[in-house]
Design a protein around this ligand. Structure first.
Ligand code: NZQ
Ligand code: ZN
Length: 389
C-alpha cells in the first residue's frame, strides 16, 4: 500500500427489496422542488415510475420532470435539462434509471448554478464546480456503472464525436443517497444485464492492472471479481435468481465507488478505447469495453506479466504447475475470454457497427492514460483497434 490518499464516501445506500420505502425519509431533508429525471420509458412499463411518484406526492413535493434521457446522454439533452432544472428552482434532483440517468443528473446538478458552458468547463477543461451544486439522489434500475455511489459523469458530444467522462473531485457531486433494489433490475433485457456485468468486471480490472506493490485494494478486487464470476454465471442461466442479481448489484457499487482505487495508480485505458468506440457507434457501454478488452490485455500483458499471472491464478484458478509465467498469464486471459463468450458478450467492434474506415477516427477520440502497465502510443492504439474488428 504505497500510495497517499484520503477516503470519504458520503452516499447513503438503501439496499434490498424494500429499500424504496426509505425514499420518503430522504425527501424530508430537502426543499419543496424536486426534478425527477428518467430515461426512455422502462420505468413507466415496470411500475417504478408510479411507485416513485406516489412517494413524491405523499411528501407533498412540487415535481418537474426531465424524461427521455438516452443511453450515452448527449450534450444537447444536457442543455435541455439544465433549463428545466433552472426554471423549477430545483432543491433536489432525483434520478430514476441506470448509469446514463444518474450521470446526467450529476451533470445537470453541477450546471444549474453555473454561468459557463458545461461542456467546456467540465468535459474539456475538467474544472471543478465553483457554484452551488444541487443535491442528487438515485433510484437505480440498471446495474453496472457504479454511478450510484461515485462522482463520475459521462456525456457524449455528438457534433465533436467525443464521449468524455469527468470523475469530479468534489464529494458533493456524489449522490446524497441511492436506493438499490435488486428486484428493479429483473426487467432488464439480457443484453443490458450482461453488458452491465462486464462493465463491473472491467471497472475492477482497470484498477487491479496497475502498480507493483502489495496492496490491500488488489485483494479486495480479486474477491469482487470471484463473486461476480459466480453470480454472473447463475444470472446468465436464470436471470430471475434474486440472490445472484443482488450480489451483482452490490458488487457493481463496490467496483467503482473509489474504495478499490485507493493506493493504486489505476489504468482506465480500456474505458478510453471503449468510450471512443461509443462516441462513433453509440453502442452500449459495457459491450464497447468487451469488444476491445482482450486485444488490449494481450497487448499490455508482457509489461505487467506478474499481475496477469496473479490474475490467472487468484481469479480464474489456473493451475501453475510446470508452466512459465507467460503460459499461466495467457491461460488466465483465455479463461476470461471463455467466460465472456459464455455469458454472451459482444467480442468485436464490427458487431457494434465500426468498420476499418473508422479506425483512425476512433484512435483520434481515444484519450491516453498513464497509470497502467504500458502508456499506449498511436500505433499501439491503431493495432489494438484493428485486432478488435
Ligand atoms: O431509457 P430506459 O427506457 O429506462 O431504458 C434503459 C436503457 O435503454 C434500460 N433500462 C434501465 N433500467 C431498466 C431498463 N430496461 C428495463 N428494465 C430496467 N429496470 O437499459 C438501457 C441502458 O441504460 P443505461 O443507463 O444507459 O445503462 P448503464 O447503467 O450501463 O449506463 C451507461 C452510461 O454510464 C456511463 C457510460 O459511459 C454510459 O454513458 N458510465 C458511467 C460511469 C460512472 N458514472 O462512473 C462509469 C462507467 O464506466 C460508464 O462510463
Ligand atoms: Zn464502465
Amino acid at each position: 500500500m504505497l500510495g497517499n490518499f484520503s477516503y470519504c464516501n458520503p452516499t447513503k445506500l438503501y439496499f434490498g427489496d424494500n429499500s424504496l420505502k426509505y425514499l420518503g425519509d430522504e425527501l424530508k431533508k430537502y426543499g419543496q422542488n424536486v426534478v425527477l429525471i428518467y430515461g426512455g420509458g422502462s420505468i413507466k412499463k415496470n411500475g417504478i415510475y408510479d411507485e416513485v411518484i406516489g412517494i413524491l406526492n405523499e411528501a407533498g413535493k412540487t415535481v418537474s420532470e426531465i424524461s427521455g434521457v438516452m443511453p450515452n446522454p448527449t450534450l444537447e439533452k444536457l442543455y435541455e435539462g439544465i433549463e428545466i432544472a433552472r426554471k423549477a428552482n430545483a432543491d433536489l434532483i432525483l434520478a430514476v434509471g441506470g448509469g446514463s440517468v444518474c450521470d446526467y443528473a450529476k451533470a445537470v446538478a453541477v450546471s444549474v448554478n453555473c454561468d459557463e458552458d458545461p461542456w467546456e468547463k467540465y468535459f474539456v477543461k475538467f474544472d471543478e464546480p465553483e457554484c452551488k451544486i444541487v443535491p442528487v439522489g438515485c433510484v437505480l434500475t440498471m446495474v453496472g456503472t457504479g454511478s450510484e455511489m461515485n462522482a463520475g459523469s459521462v456525456i457524449t458530444n455528438r457534433k465533436a464525436s467525443l464521449k468524455i467522462g469527468h470523475v469530479f473531485a468534489s464529494e458533493e457531486v456524489m449522490p446524497r443517497f441511492s436506493v438499490l433494489n435488486p428486484k428493479y433490475t429483473l426487467t432488464l433485457p439480457h443484453y443490458q444485464m450482461v453488458a452491465g456485468i462486464y462493465d463491473i468486471f472491467n471497472h475492477i480490472c482497470e484498477q487491479y492492472f496497475s502498480g507493483e506493490d502489495d496492496n490491500t485494494s488488489d485483494y479486495l478486487a480479486e474477491a469482487l471479481m470471484k463473486s461476480l464470476l459466480v453470480s454472473s454465471r447463475i444470472a446468465n442461466k436464470n436471470p430471475n435468481d434474486y440472490e445472484a442479481r443482488s450480489n451483482i448489484m452490490w458488487t457493481a457499487t463496490w467496483a467503482l465507488n473509489t474504495l478499490i482505487a485507493k493506493g493504486k495508480s489505476t489504468d482506465w485505458e480500456v474505458h478510453m478505447l471503449g468510450q471512443a468506440v461509443g462516441a462513433i457507434t453509440d453502442a452500449t457501454h459495457g459491450m464497447t469495453l468487451a469488444a476491445v478488452s482482450l486485444p488490449y490485455y494481450r497487448h499490455i500483458m508482457p509489461y505487467g506479466l506478474k499481475k496477469f499471472r496473479r490474475f490467472a491464478v487468484n481469479v480464474f484458478g489456473v493451475n501453475e504447475l510446470g508452466k512459465t509465467d507467460e503460459e499461466i498469464a495467457n491461460e488466465g486471459l483465455k479463461a476470461l475470454e471463455d467466460w465472456m463468450n459464455e455469458i454472451g458478450l459482444v467480442m468485436n467492434i464490427t458487431e457494434l457497427g465500426a468498420t476499418e474506415n473508422d479506425i483512425e477516427k476512433i484512435a483520434d477520440a481515444t484519450l491516453v492514460m498513464e497509470g497502467g502497465y504500458k502508456v499506449l502510443n498511436r500505433d499501439d492504439i491503431v493495432e489494438i483497434l484493428r485486432e478488435s474488428l
